[in-house]
Ligand binder design. Structure first.
Ligand code: M6R
Length: 368
């Protein structure tokens, strides 16, 4: 039931704040993280010296976000790999490796086979899954269920948010175990997690004008997405959504790669979405991305910036600015992604395409 929405996808984007809230619910208490979901692997978790995230598509981009958070907070190395690549490259695994699989459906064959393979090699497998009792969680040592609710549209939206949040909870749990963050630092991140649904709601409301933007772009043949640090997986996610929903050639790039090749693609009229890091970020990534914007603008690109409230530096160079509320750097991508989900949907709608059921795709890919 679409509940009055024009598509399941529209409904599911509107449920993104709730997906986040429900995934956090019961897993944080008074500024601390309690993941009882991890009890089956509690003992071995103490010994973990490496994390490998395996997933496909959008779930893999959520995994990339998790890498930044887990490494920063828990100081344990994290690799992210597409499940179908992981399985066939003879990866080095042992009983101190924690393999984290991510799957909305819990039935993706590539991910399932990678899970089985990892366990055979002696790794412990934790799965992040949105579907109770699905095959992947049944084949795993432990499960963190995301509570996004059923996702019907082929394009994954609210599940992505819930997967990101589940990985952040895992990062904070590992940081607690390993003593890499103080109780105050953990409480500050928990507060960010708890504040996220409201900010996400705000972001979605503020991005309502994106439907107009999509209309004037309906004839566009190519769109580029640039992001840096945690903005990079969001650029990839924005591009994937345009491919699958609007059948438009779209590429996501790490903004730092621009000069290493992609800038050659920029010609007058090329549309480029740029996810702009906060000017408050201690790593000073903001001026670097603003200078990327200047470079592409100078070559005639039309720039749509996704930037935090009050960031005036982007204004002279962007054709459009979509705003996200203030958040700490690791949490910004979980806000910035919502307008991109909306854009993919609106562009598909502007082209008169089936938003929920794009051509050639299945909701759950149960063949290799
Ligand atoms: O069910 P899963 O999370 O395992 O699915 C993984 C991918 O097939 C899925 O995310 C796909 O990329 C989506 N259609 C993206 O919107």
């Amino acid at each position: 039931d679409k509940g009055g929405w024009s598509s399941f996808m529209a409904k599911e984007i509107s449920e993104e704040p709730e997906a986040v809230r429900n995934t956090v619910l019961g897993r944080v208490h008074e500024g601390a993280v309690t993941l009882t979901d991890l009890e089956p692997i509690a003992e071995r978790l103490q010994e973990v010296d490496r994390v490998i995230v395996i997933a496909c598509g959008t779930a893999a981009y959520a995994g990339m976000l998790g890498k930044y958070a887990i490494e920063q907070w828990a100081r344990v190395p994290v690799e992210v790999e597409l499940a179908h690549e992981f399985r066939y490259r003879d990866p080095v695994l042992n009983d101190r490796t924690l393999v984290v699989s991510i799957s909305q459906s819990g039935e993706t064959m590539d991910t399932l086979m990678a899970v089985k393979y990892a366990r055979e090699q002696g790794a412990q497998v934790l799965s992040i899954c949105n579907t109770q009792g699905a095959t992947i969680p049944r084949e795993s040592d432990a499960v963190i269920y995301t509570h996004a609710g059923p996702e019907v549209a082929v394009a994954s939206t609210k599940a992505f948010l819930a997967q990101g949040v589940a990985l952040y909870l895992l990062g904070l749990h590992l940081a607690t175990l390993r003593g890499t963050l103080t109780a105050e630092q953990i409480a500050a991140q928990v507060a960010e997690l708890e504040g996220l649904p409201e900010k996400l709601q705000q972001t979605i409301e503020d991005a309502a004008g994106i439907a107009e933007l999509a209309k004037w772009m309906a004839d566009t043949r190519s769109v580029l997405f640039l992001g840096r640090h945690v903005g990079y997986p969001i650029a990839l996610e924005g591009a994937l959504k345009l491919k699958e929903l609007a059948y438009i050639h779209a590429e996501g790039f790490a903004a730092g790669e621009l000069k290493h090749g992609p800038i050659a693609l920029i010609e007058p009229g090329q549309i480029v979405f740029v996810i702009v890091p906060s000017p408050r970020d201690a790593r000073s990534l903001h001026p670097k991305v603003v200078s990327n914007i200047q470079e592409i603008r100078a070559r005639g690109a039309r720039v749509i910036a996704i930037a935090e409230e009050g960031d005036a530096a982007v204004l002279p160079f962007a054709d459009e600015v979509l705003r996200i509320p203030l958040a700490t750097p690791l949490f910004e991508p979980l806000l910035a992604v919502a307008p991109l989900h909306m854009f993919g949907m609106e562009l598909a709608a502007a082209k008169g395409l089936d938003v929920d059921q794009p051509r050639n795709l299945a909701k759950s890919v149960t063949v290799e």
